[in-house]
Design a protein around this ligand. Structure first.
Ligand SMILES: [Fe+2]
Length: 231
């Protein structure tokens, strides 16, 4: 039996083929069989209003939107294929297991980009009287200390995400480093502010100068959107 394990690029290539045949051998599932044409689980959102944002070129943003749309497409594909495999009694197959493993990557890639784009495009700073600002002061000592920690987290070597999470059980705020987005998210926590530090998020405009990109990100945070995520 062949056990097939994909890396991300292989999966994208594979799943980009129309009428995907799921892996070698047994389950042949096409989208026409799954009824995908009739109903998509998710639709890519339009963030083109962000074009023109200071510090982010149109080329960079358009590339990023396209990448995000790929996550939506692949999330829909996996919803369809895994649902079809369940119906066909193919859940015990290595193909099912591998696609199931991919689901977290595609879903989180879709959702985190939505949070990221939605917490951009702001013009005003954080309202110091807001619940979020007060909580930052309570948990970090000051807004400035929170910002220092968030930026330091975003500047760490490696690709990933920096996420301000609120623990929905204890209410406490944490700046988390998320390496690959299908792993290491804190269970039950609420994402408040998302920073994408994968290279595609900044290299077109900033090369290796990630700190400059993070500064541009901070100038464009939509603090109202972030604050509204507080529970
Ligand atoms: Fe991204």
């Amino acid at each position: 039996m062949r056990i097939l394990i994909f890396n991300r690029r292989q999966f994208l290539t594979l799943s980009g083929i129309a009428g995907i045949t799921v892996l070698a051998g047994s389950p042949k599932i096409s989208f026409s069989q799954t009824g995908k044409e009739e109903k998509m689980a998710y639709t890519a959102k339009d963030y083109s209003k962000l074009i023109g944002m200071a510090g982010f070129s149109e080329t960079l943003l358009k590339n990023h939107f396209t990448l995000y749309q790929g996550y939506v497409t692949n999330t829909n594909k996996l919803v369809d294929i895994l649902g079809q495999m369940l119906k066909e009694g193919k859940t015990g197959t290595p193909e099912y297991a591998e696609l199931k493993r991919r689901f977290g990557w595609e879903f989180n890639g879709m959702r985190l980009h939505e949070y990221y784009f939605e917490n951009l495009g702001g013009k005003a700073g954080l309202d110091k009287d807001s619940a979020l600002a007060k909580k930052m002061t309570e948990d970090f000592g000051s807004y400035e200390a929170w910002e220092k920690d968030f930026k330091a987290t975003g500047s760490m070597r490696g690709i990933g995400w920096t996420v301000l999470y609120q623990d929905s059980v204890a209410g406490k705020l944490y700046n988390f480093w998320i390496n690959e987005h299908d792993v290491s998210h804190p269970a039950g926590c609420n994402p408040i502010l998302i920073l994408d530090v994968f290279e595609h998020a900044f290299m077109i405009d900033y090369g290796l100068k990630r700190a400059d990109y993070i500064e541009a990100f901070f100038k464009n945070i939509d603090w109202k959107a972030a604050s509204a995520r507080m529970k």
